[in-house]
Write a protein that binds this ligand. Sequence first.
Ligand SMILES: CC(=O)SCCNC(=O)CCNC(=O)[C@H](O)C(C)(C)COP(=O)(O)OP(=O)(O)OC[C@H]1O[C@@H](n2cnc3c(N)ncnc32)[C@H](O)[C@@H]1OP(=O)(O)O
Ligand SMILES: O=C([O-])CC(=O)C(=O)O
Length: 395
Amino acid sequence: MTDECKPVLNTGLRGVTVASTRISDVNGKEGKLIYRGYLVKDLAEKACFEEVIFLLLFEKMPNSKELESFKKQIASERMLPSRLIDALKTRPADSLPMDILQAGVSMLAHHDPDTRIDGSRDASLRMGIKLIAKLPVLLAAWERIRKGKEPVAPSLELGQAANFLYMISGSVPDDELTGFFDACLTLHAEHSFNASTFSARGVASTRAHMYASIAAAIGSLSGALHGGANTRVMMMLKKIGSIDAIEDYINNELETGGKIMGLGHAVYQIDDPRALILAPMSKKMGERAGETKWYEISKALEQKAKAAFKKHKNMDIFVNVDFYSASLYYSMGIDMDMFTPLFAISRIAGWTAHVIEEQFADAAHKPMLYRPASDYIGDYCGPDECTLSPIEERG
Ligand SMILES: CC(=O)SCCNC(=O)CCNC(=O)[C@H](O)C(C)(C)COP(=O)(O)OP(=O)(O)OC[C@H]1O[C@@H](n2cnc3c(N)ncnc32)[C@H](O)[C@@H]1OP(=O)(O)O
Ligand SMILES: O=C([O-])CC(=O)C(=O)O
C-alpha cells in the first residue's frame, strides 16, 4: 500500500470505547453530563462539593450523618508533612503551580505507608481521600510561599471550598463567595475518559499506586488543549483587551491557523453544559467585584467567534468549560496561573474514583492493561531493515 492509500490513523481514539465505567456519562449530542446517575446541573445547584466527592467514591449520595463524618475525615487528613513544606520553600518562586502540584503528589507518596501495601482496595481508597484532602492545601501553601508568605494552616472546620479560599487569603470567605467556588469545584469534578483521567487510568492499569496515577493525571491536565486552556483563555481576553478588538483577533487566529482558547471540544457537539452554568456565574462574580468587562468581552467573543467559524470554516463551534471559568476566577482575584490548579483540586475527586474503578471493578467490568497498537512508519532504509555498521564507519 502506498503512503497516499494508507488510512489516517491519528484519531486520538475519538469515539473508541476502551472500557466501561459507572462513574459518569458525557452525552455530547444533548449536552448532558451525569455523575453516577445525577445531572451535574442539579448537583451544582443543590449539593456541596463534599457530597459530590462522596457520590463519586462511594456510588451514592450521602445522608446527613455520612456527610458530616466524611467532612471530618477529609479535614483530619489536610495537614501536610512539615518536610514537604520545607521542600516547597526550596523551589524557584516562578515554578509553574501545576509542576509543583505534580511533584508534590509524588513527594506525598514518600510519606504514606499505604503506598507500601500492594493491591488493596482499602489502601487505594485511603490514598485517594488523603490526596483529595491534601492537594488544595499543597496548592495554597505554594501560592503563599512563592509570594514570600508563610502558609496558612488548614482549618478543621471549613469545607473544601471555604478552606482553600481561607488558606490562600488568610481570611474566611463569605457564604456567597464560598457558594460560587463550591459550585465550580462540583462542575469540574468529573468528565469520563478525558485526557487526564485516561492518563490516570493508563497508569493505574499497570497496578501502579494512587499517587503515581494522580501525578500522571496532573501532568496531562496542565496542557493547553486540556485544563491548561482556562489560563490561556484569560491571557487571550487580556490580549484582546476590549470588545472593539475582538473581530481582528478572531480573524487573525483563523487566518494563521491559531486556536481560540475555550472553544471546541472532543465530545460536545453543542455548548458544554458546564459553560452554560459558569457564564451567569462569571457575570455575577464580575458584578460583585465591580468589573464586568471580562465577562462582557467573553460573551461578545463567544458570539463573534461562532459567526466567524460559520463564515470562514463553515463549521459550528461551541464554548467549553474553560471559557467562562477564566473570567469567573479572575473576578475572584485568583492569579491566572492558578486557574488550572483549581481544576486539579476539583478533578482529583473524579481521578481517584477512576483509579479505584480501574483497579477494583468487578470481574465482569474489569478493564485490561492499556496497550494500543501503533502504525510503524519504518521507511528508514526502504523496505528492508537497516544494516548496522561499526561506529567508525558511520557518516
Ligand atoms: C477541559 C477541557 O479539556 S475542554 C478543552 C479545552 N481546550 C481548549 O479550549 C483548546 C482549544 N480547543 C481545541 O484545541 C479543540 O477544540 C480540542 C482539542 C479541545 C478538541 O478538538 P477536536 O475534537 O480534537 O477537534 P479538532 O482539533 O480536530 O478540530 C476540528 C476543527 O475545528 C477547529 N477547531 C476546533 N477548536 C478550535 C479552536 N478552539 N480554535 C480554532 N479552531 C478550532 C480545528 O482547527 C479543526 O479545523 P480543521 O478541520 O480546519 O483543521
Ligand atoms: O472531556 C474532555 O475531553 C475534556 C473536558 O471537558 C474535561 O476533562 O472536563
